[in-house]
Design a protein around this ligand. Structure first.
Ligand SMILES: N[C@@H](CCC(=O)N[C@@H](CS)C(=O)NCC(=O)O)C(=O)O
Length: 216
């Protein structure tokens, strides 16, 4: 029995939903409402499950873990029939470079608790907070666009012509960029790959607006 605790708009949970879909794995989805003021991730029941108070959190039999990179690597190791990583250390290193650019250098700076902290500690208003958010996406995407546009590894997708781990990270970040009104005009390769992913059902099924906990 697989269970994914997530939130429709959580990009880290979005990654796991895409991976489950690409691998064709059934999973029960349990929403955790992160909306400020509701904050179910900080409820005693959820903290007892995941002391970090974040989503995603994943259960597969005896395995209970948080952190999307750990979940994604677990899925790839235990269900390798559809692999998210290419063969070979060199190819994998290239994919991990893209993955970590998004997962380590863009996403954490724009996490909900970080946005709330810059408001509470530094008095950032909504406009300044949104500007902060857009800044880190633009900075990360500028580097990502150059890496993708100049690499012979780039194909229809981030690495070759099969959707994989880097695309799993890319699509949720592009979704966030659009949500916050970041102009994507300077990122044609990123947009082209995002559009290619959107032709695949696992990416569409995983979209925030297609989740049961998304507002109608
Ligand atoms: N590195 C973690 C990040 C998880 C994370 O920050 N999740 C966000 C949603 S995308 C969250 O639960 N935020 C709740 C909060 O900040 O209180 C991962 O990749 O799973």
């Amino acid at each position: 029995m697989r269970i994914l605790y997530g939130y429709f708009r959580s990009s880290a949970a979005f990654r796991v939903r895409i991976a489950l879909g690409l691998k064709g794995l059934e999973c029960e989805h349990r929403p955790v409402n992160l909306k400020p003021g509701v904050s179910e991730q900080l409820s005693p029941d959820y903290l007892a499950l995941n002391p970090q108070g974040r989503v995603p959190y994943f259960i597969d039999g005896d395995l209970k873990i948080g952190q999307s990179p750990a979940i994604l690597e677990y899925l790839d190791e235990v269900y390798p029939e559809v692999s998210l990583l290419p063969e070979g250390a060199t190819a994998r290193a290239h994919v991990r470079q893209l993955v970590n650019l998004i997962g380590c250098d863009i996403h954490p700076l724009n996490n909900l608790s970080v946005l709330m902290r810059i408001k509470s500690q530094f008095g950032a208003d909504e406009a300044a907070t949104n500007d902060w958010y857009r800044h880190w996406i633009r900075e990360g995407f500028t580097a990502l666009e150059a890496l993708l546009a100049n690499s012979t590894n780039t194909g229809k997708f981030c690495f070759g012509d099969v959707a994989g781990m880097a695309d799993v990270y890319l699509v949720p970040q592009v979704w966030n960029a659009r949500r916050f009104g970041v102009s994507l005009d300077d990122f044609p390769t990123i947009c082209r790959i995002d559009a290619a992913c959107m032709e695949l059902k696992p990416f569409v099924d995983a979209l925030p607006e297609n989740q049961a906990d998304a507002p109608a």
